[in-house]
Design a protein around this ligand. Structure first.
Ligand code: PEP
Ligand code: MG
Length: 563
């Protein structure tokens, strides 16, 4: 059986299907007995404690600690016992596990101690892992006579794959992803590219009805998932295995982090975009000079409340500890586009998240009595050893900049640390057009071509027509050129952190527009470095001059020579 989708993160992968999150899938847990549920809790505890051991042995102490706490909770009978009792009273496994764990999580969330309240998220993750285990267990029994359920390499299939899905399983066998919803500019696609995980989006909803555990091959270059029937050919499997991203990157580990130079000697700094420690390690290993965009909001896009200080400390610590003496541009929570959590929708009274105006997330952050100060404190405390810079997303006014600067200065002073540079994302057409006025008030610009392109061309983040290559549109390029000029005249740094910087049809145009620093998905760092060394700086300038005279992105693509 074959399913087609839009290629949003290149590569091929072979593995078993893991299908999550649809009600139909919950039916696969219907046959689970109380003993299966007890065993699933124990297996999740054992899996986590083994992972914690591996992380500890690899010197990743703070991540190990978080996972080890999860292991203790999963093994705690006070979590599993109410679910098992409910099943003995006739409840189904999925409902019983959800009700028992949700009761626990909701009670924890109400605790005054933020460190304990933060554990509510762990409890929910344990519930998902237990249910996932029950689903996999059922599929394994049917498929191969009941192996122990060891996961192995798997391709994740979900109605809307979320960035957190990918980050959480990046080092636990995830080799590919298939989403029914979304497109190339959705954040799941962005994280897939950061991790080097092949992914397609816009697949038929029929993929959700496939049986978990079937073997499949995902070809995300041509946009095809092959599953069942005669199954993937040996050649397809071999190609998928050869092209897995991990081992090659390990070989890049000794690569110099010296910025690459164009063929005619101009230096271009390459940083990486991350939301997790795993992406950060991969980006640095591939030669990134540091992190040019840390997306702090991605773990909280399904959150019921503003993240607490403790939650943010434990999320940021494992990332920032990898960045001692390196650039770490940390963006404030950017709840916008396809990243608007339920609590903000509820507060705004909007019917659907997409109807919130672009600046609503930043406005809510600034209006909250403590959310901004909490986040800044978490960053300043956990990033003491990094060369920190703070980045404000979705800026629309100078008032927003001065409010953040005020809270940043006060928070740094209270902690006795230096106030880091403060920059803004230039990702709305009106902000880009007024770059000269913003340049006087900030320390650097980071151009977000993902949103800027969408704003200029009227495309949403989940829109299947949206994608990084559209930043080649002359109207977008003209804005990028204007922002670079305003930055140069004001003497402040200008970088591009949108995914277009990792697109061969756009990178030469950005360099030609005057951009000297790019921040790209972690798994794209070595490719972008080698592209830069093939560029000729003067030729890029001429190319951009011609491109801004064109009328469409397609006309511009035709002008750009192959890299
Ligand atoms: C952008 O808009 O280009 C950007 C980098 O931010 P995000 O993709 O997280 O919206
Ligand atoms: Mg953006």
């Amino acid at each position: 059986m074959r399913f087609r989708g839009l290629p949003v993160s290149a590569g091929t992968a072979a593995g078993t299907l893991r299908i999550i999150g649809d009600t139909a899938v919950d039916d696969t847990t219907a046959a689970a007995t109380p003993e299966d549920v007890t065993a699933a809790f124990a297996a999740v505890a054992a899996e986590r404690s083994a992972l914690a051991e591996r992380l500890r042995a690899a010197g990743r102490g703070s991540e190990a600690e978080i996972i080890a706490i999860g292991a203790l909770r999963a093994g705690d009978p006070s979590l599993s016992a109410p679910a098992i009792a409910a099943m003995r009273d006739g409840a189904d496994a999925a409902g019983a596990v959800r009700a028992a764990t949700e009761g626990h999580a909701a009670a924890m969330e109400k605790l005054a101690n933020p460190e304990l309240a933060e554990r509510a998220g762990d409890i929910r993750q344990i519930a998902s892992a237990v249910l996932e285990r029950l689903r996999r267990g059922g599929a394994a029994a049917g498929a191969d006579g009941g192996a122990d359920g060891a996961a192995g390499d798997f391709i994740l299939v979900r109605r809307e794959v979320s960035p957190a899905d990918l980050i959480e399983s990046a080092e636990e066998g995830l080799v590919g992803a298939v989403s029914v919803a979304g497109g190339a500019s959705s954040h799941a696609a962005i994280v897939a590219r950061g991790l080097g995980v092949p992914m397609i989006a816009g697949a038929s909803p029929e993929v959700l009805a496939l049986s978990p555990g079937l073997t499949a091959v995902l070809d995300a270059d041509s946009g095809e998932l092959t599953v069942g029937g005669s199954g993937p050919s040996d050649a397809q499997r071999a190609a998928a295995i050869r092209r897995r991203p991990g081992p090659r990157q390990a070989a890049d580990a000794k690569r110099s982090a010296e910025p690459p130079r164009t063929a005619d000697g101009h230096q271009v700094v390459v940083l990486c975009n991350v939301a997790s420690a795993v992406e950060t390690r991969r980006g640095l290993a591939a030669g990134a000079a540091g992190v040019g965009l840390l997306r702090t909001e991605l773990p909280y896009t399904q959150a019921a409340n503003w993240p607490t200080l403790a939650q943010q400390q434990s999320q940021l610590g494992p990332i920032l500890e990898l960045l001692a003496d390196r650039t770490a541009v940390v963006r404030l929570l950017d709840f916008s586009g396809d990243k608007i959590p339920p609590f903000l929708v509820a507060q705004s009274g909007a019917e659907v998240p997409a109807s919130l105006p672009a600046g609503a997330g930043l406005a809510a952050l600034l209006a909250h009595p403590s959310a901004l100060a909490d986040q800044l404190r978490a960053i300043l405390e956990t990033g003491r050893d990094a060369r920190l810079a703070m980045l404000i997303p979705m800026v629309t006014s100078l008032r927003e900049v001065s409010r953040v600067r005020e809270v940043l200065t006060a928070t740094a002073a209270a902690l006795g640390v230096a106030t880091p540079p403060l920059g803004i994302m230039v990702e709305l057409e009106s902000t880009a057009a007024n770059a000269a006025a913003f340049a006087a008030a900030v320390d650097f610009f980071s151009i977000g071509t993902n949103d800027l392109t969408g704003d200029v061309l009227g495309l949403g983040r989940r829109d299947q027509a949206a994608g990084p290559a559209l930043a080649a549109h002359p109207r977008v390029l003209a804005l990028v050129k204007g922002v670079a000029k305003a930055g140069r005249e004001a003497g402040i740094a200008v970088s591009v952190c949108g995914d277009s910087a990792a697109d061969a049809r756009v990178l030469p145009l950005l360099v030609g527009a005057g951009v000297r620093t790019v921040s790209v998905p972690a798994a794209r760092v070595s490719t972008v470095r080698s592209w830069i060394s093939n560029l000729n700086f003067l030729a890029c300038k001429e190319l951009t001059e011609r491109a801004v005279q064109a009328s469409t992105a397609a006309e511009v693509w035709d002008l750009v020579p192959a890299l």
